[in-house]
Design a protein. Structure first.
Length: 86
């Protein structure tokens, strides 16, 4: 599926050296971001779905990397049973 997200107010790149991307459109082809830039008629016509972002900001997905490893209700680090209850 091809998706065009148009009318973005700002695009955050995820690169700390250049935090913002130029343009107002993200074009996605399948599971891949195919292009970031300014909307053209060709892009919107090629898309199966066009989403009007109404000047919102697009940012990369965020991942919470802080986790506690458990095996069911046992945590090896604290050697604790009933970890989930506490």
């Amino acid at each position: 599926m091809k998706v065009a997200i148009v009318n973005l107010g700002q695009i955050v790149s995820g690169d700390w050296r250049k935090p913002f991307a130029e343009g107002d459109t993200i074009f996605i082809d399948g599971e891949t971001i195919a292009s970031i830039g300014t909307a053209s008629t060709g892009i919107t016509e090629a898309a199966d779905v066009v989403i009007d972002a109404d000047r919102m900001t697009a940012i990369p997905g965020l991942i919470d990397s802080h986790v506690h490893i458990t095996f069911g209700d046992y945590t090896p680090r604290q050697r604790t049973v009933s970890y989930l209850e506490s």
